[in-house]
Design a protein around this ligand. Structure first.
Ligand code: KG4
Ligand code: ZN
Length: 447
């Protein structure tokens, strides 16, 4: 019987502030590693591209080593291990040539491979069948670290390179699992992963995603609505004209004196407000009214006929609402009280949710979508999750949401897209060819 080699992809993601590697075999996760830089950026209140790049340089090799360890049991070589001469001079020069702008990364990678037992080096080479890397959109200095590192690895192991659009990764994230070996990619798993039990259209259904589908991508950098007719056939039908929804969360959090990233903290305050008002026996509309009475915020662009969003006006409205509150003689020159912060958070979250829901529902109707996919860091928000779950149940369409570890940036989603591409016959870039050499970071890459 012919032995068919499985498709085993090493995937790399460095588009923003996560250095992430994963290994997938035939679409199933063997390893999932994410190193987040959040604590490094927190003191500056946002992500600085040059700082992000430096952190990716530093973390690239340790995260790669952890990934190869998790997937194939490759021991992490100690710094003083005897040199095994896995790399000849030509290989060393080629690693250095790809990584001229990555301080220290070339040296780290060379030391890592040189110190590794030869059997391990051969095991990596014989196990992998391709490398996938995010090439946009994102912060270009950060993207370049992943791309240059991926080129060095693809050349070293003579593997095809698959450049992947980060946003397609967020779409595919709903079909993946961050947990190696326990869950395979498949219909049941996607449901378990998304916590969407009870959606009959999708249970055991094949094909997994019923098309046409609509994707709502909500993160710190993006707010987009994408119509999907089949895998790889995307049409962007709407996007933010200014700030992304996560960015608005972070900016409003900042004006309330909360630390970056503010999304999860606003969400907690809003939750507190809602739970206290619900326990006081107020109906949903009543609680909204009372939060809105304290801080009334607009629902920007909700009545425009297009599918675009705007969140910068909402942030400015929050700023003015706080300013007015502080100028109120009743405030007595005191900063916002805890209850006021909770009310502002609740009203802000309600305004965001109303806006996202309104436009998405309209797009679902116009495009006849049978499935809604939501990806990106903001879908970690439980209020937004709950509201979309209810709305999709009412509309009778399937909802796919990634498991929490896959809503923020990761490489598993990038590897899964490359797996779909390979399955559908798309060739990778071959080391040494002009197409391979010309692969560049594209910060504004669009679907
Ligand atoms: O997708 P992501 O990890 O990175 C980008 O590509 O931007 O998204 C990060 C964004 C941040 O703005 C963060 O504040 C927001 O997602 N976020 C949340 C929540 N958790 C993360 N926003 C609202 N509620 C949350 N629970
Ligand atoms: Zn992202």
């Amino acid at each position: 019987m012919r032995n068919i080699k499985p498709t085993t992809i090493l995937a790399i993601e460095t588009s923003c502030d996560e250095t992430a590697f994963s290994i997938l075999q035939n679409g199933k996760t063997l390893s999932h590693q994410v190193h987040t830089q959040i604590s490094v950026h927190a003191e500056f209140g946002g992500v600085f591209p040059a700082l992000a790049k430096r952190e990716h340089d530093k973390n690239f090799t340790p995260v790669l080593a952890a990934t190869l360890h998790e997937a194939f049991g490759i021991a992490i070589p100690s710094a003083d291990a005897s040199t095994n001469h896995n790399l000849d001079e030509e290989m060393i020069n080629s690693i250095r040539a790809f990584l001229t702008r990555e301080d220290g990364l070339a040296a780290d990678l060379i030391a890592y491979f040189q110190n590794m037992p030869h059997e391990d080096f051969i095991k990596i080479k014989s196990s992998l069948s391709g490398i996938a890397v995010t090439y946009g959109p994102g912060l270009e200095p950060a993207l370049w670290v992943g791309i240059s590192g991926a080129k060095a690895l693809a050349t070293l192991f003579t593997l095809p390179l698959y450049p992947i659009n980060h946003m397609e990764g967020h779409i595919a994230s709903v079909l993946a699992s961050a947990h190696p070996s326990t869950v395979t990619t498949g219909p049941q798993d996607a449901l378990v992963a998304s916590g969407q039990e009870g959606i009959p259209e999708a249970i055991g259904g094949s094909p997994l995603i019923d098309f046409p589908a609509l994707a709502l991508l909500i993160s710190g950098g993006h707010t987009e609505l994408i119509a999907i007719n089949s895998w790889h056939a995307y049409a962007k039908i709407g996007q933010t004209v200014d700030d992304a929804v996560g960015e608005a969360y972070d900016k409003v959090a900042r004006l309330m004196g909360l630390q970056y990233p503010g999304g999860p903290q606003i969400s907690k305050l809003a939750e507190k407000w809602r739970s206290e008002h619900a326990s006081a026996g107020l109906a949903q509309t009543e609680q909204d009214k009372s939060a809105a009475q304290l801080f009334s915020l607009p629902r920007p662009m909700i009545h425009t006929k297009d599918y675009n969003f705007s969140f910068s006006g909402l942030k400015t409205a929050a700023l003015y609402a706080v300013r007015d509150k502080l100028a109120d003689p009743a405030q007595n020159n005191e900063p916002l009280r805890d209850k006021q912060k909770e009310a502002l958070a609740a009203e802000f979250e309600q305004a965001v949710t109303d806006t996202l829901l309104h436009k998405t529902k309209r797009a679902i109707e116009e495009y006849g979508a049978k499935t809604l996919i939501i990806g990106g860091g903001v879908i970690a928000n439980s209020f937004i999750r709950k509201n979309f779950t209810t709305a999709c149940a009412q509309l009778g369409i399937a909802l796919f949401i990634p498991e929490k570890d896959l809503s923020t940036d990761n490489a598993t989603m990038i590897g899964l897209v490359s797996y779909f591409q390979i399955r559908d016959g798309k060739p990778g870039l071959v080391p040494g060819t002009p197409e391979f050499d010309n692969l560049r970071a594209d910060g504004n890459l669009s679907l």
